[in-house]
Design a protein around this ligand. Sequence first.
Ligand code: CUA
Length: 323
Amino acid sequence: MAPPLVTNESLMHLGDLWFPTLAEKAMGGVDLLYWGIFWVSVGLGAAIFGVAVYLGMKYRRGSAAARPESEHQGMAMEVAWTVIPLVLVLSVFVWSFLDHLRSVVPPADAYEVRVLGKKWFWQFEYPQAGVTAINDLVVPVNRNIKLNMSSEDVIHSFFLPNFRRKKDVLPNRTTSLWFHADREGKYQIFCAEYCGDGHSVMLGNLLVVSQEAFDQYLAKASATSDEPLPQLGKKLYQSKACFTCHTVDGSAGTGPSLLGLYGKKRRFADGSSLDADENYLRESLLVPAARVVQGFQPVMPTYQGLLKEREITAMIEYLKGLK
Ligand code: CUA
């Protein structure tokens, strides 16, 4: 269980009307390119519109303007309207390709984190530390970070607006994305590929902290928690994103509510039923597809390997207390 982190307020809402705050100076070229294309388009648009209005007025019906008989078109004109757009398009290509190369080739010294996209949360794993976290990606400031990403189900897309980075996360394939945070803070992670009912809540936090805070985070997260079980379970309900699908107030979400679940009779899609005991709760966490509650879809991912034994017990104790 990861300890809560002290960080700045979310920086997502900062920035101007056009862009969220840039958290990686070196990616400023993306914004510049946008402005370049924008103003060239505005300039060309205004010029074409101006010429159209001018010619419309000059050659309006009944005007005394000279109208040459010849259908001859000037060679110079033809060259101009071929060469100018060609130069514009090629400059956009070269300019964006250089930025693209920089953003897709990760530096060799990057610190690597594994990312797993699931319906509907992000799982982060620090292979060297043996730490797994849900929805909170903690990284040190001023360090190159490389994410090796894959999906357990459908196509997701990992999007860091503050870093101008986005990459699809696919099943059966690893894609990677790297970034470098210039300043500490909390940034929003979005899923940018429609992936089902929970797509809009497939959110994560990127927490950029000092190297010391990062080391402490890993050290604490890999140590076993000694919190009271129901309290730990309540935290896990939040941190493992259970709330995405399961309410604790009795209303149904993507999955059944967890309120008053323990000890009650459960009816399943295959017609069978049983009283919800500890083993049923455990099975629901680890092999959710084994029994699907009537009226719901079998969409829950397994938490096998994501919860330590004590955390499973903590979830069960927490659920038992939801009366
Ligand atoms: Cu995952 Cu949208």
